[in-house]
Write a protein that binds this ligand. Structure first.
Ligand code: SF4
Ligand code: SF4
Length: 206
């Protein structure tokens, strides 16, 4: 859940149409039209200031909204067994906080996907996650988006979408064998992580 109190406002006289803002916006709220950045519908803006922080011409200011609002997904509206199954497939515990900036847990991101979101941007728009630092929570979110059956494809703005990093579940056997002798314990790490992912489910089943 995030309270959106700010919005981005562009000074078109300063904007040179470089499109950096467009590429760093986590919800596609800002775009360049006729070489000038525009927030077409300021209700889409989640007030993260990513664009303002990166604009090389200081053309974007964050201003207080007259109409602050909350974004978040009501987890109780989705069958929790489906949330749990999706989280397990993505190797995250449903109660795990994925986005510390906004306080969004895996169960909320999973619920957004089960309600119809198909991209990280849509999950960010619905839950507010990735609108704080915009960085830390992207990997588990990508795993959830993929586990929900969505293809991870390049950002339509022509920017490389997010690369999925290799996790303990992905290492091939020969790599594990090569590094086991150097103090890496991939299988043990994986077993521990699998136990963490399942914690809570076992308690519920007691
Ligand atoms: S980053 Fe700044 S200069 Fe570049 S398009 Fe956006 S507002 Fe304009
Ligand atoms: S969501 Fe963030 S990056 Fe996108 S327009 Fe609003 S303040 Fe800028």
């Amino acid at each position: 859940m995030k309270r959106v109190t700010l919005k981005a406002v562009v000074d078109k006289d300063l904007c040179v149409g470089c499109r950096i803002c467009e590429k760093v916006c986590p919800v596609y709220a800002i775009s360049v039209v006729d070489r000038k950045a525009t927030v077409q519908d300021d209700k889409k803006c989640r007030g993260c200031a990513n664009c303002a922080d990166r604009c090389p011409r200081y053309a974007i200011k964050m201003v207080e909204r007259d109409d602050p609002f909350d974004v978040g997904v009501d987890v109780s509206k989705v069958d929790y067994s489906k949330i749990r199954a999706l989280c397990e497939k993505a190797h995250v515990n449903p109660e795990q906080v994925l986005c510390y900036c906004v306080g969004v847990r895996a169960e909320e991101a999973a619920a957004a996907l089960l309600m119809g979101a198909t991209t990280p941007e849509e999950v960010s728009s619905m839950t507010g996650m990735r609108t704080g630092c915009t960085i830390e929570c992207i990997q588990p979110l990508l795993r959830l988006v993929e586990a929900a059956g969505n293809e991870l494809h390049p950002n339509p703005n022509g920017w490389q979408w997010y690369g999925v990093t290799t996790t303990a579940w992905d290492f091939p056997q020969e790599v594990k064998e090569k590094y086991n002798s150097r103090g890496f314990y991939f299988d043990e790490d994986r077993e521990l992580l699998d136990r963490i992912v399942k914690q809570g489910a076992e308690k519920e089943g007691d």
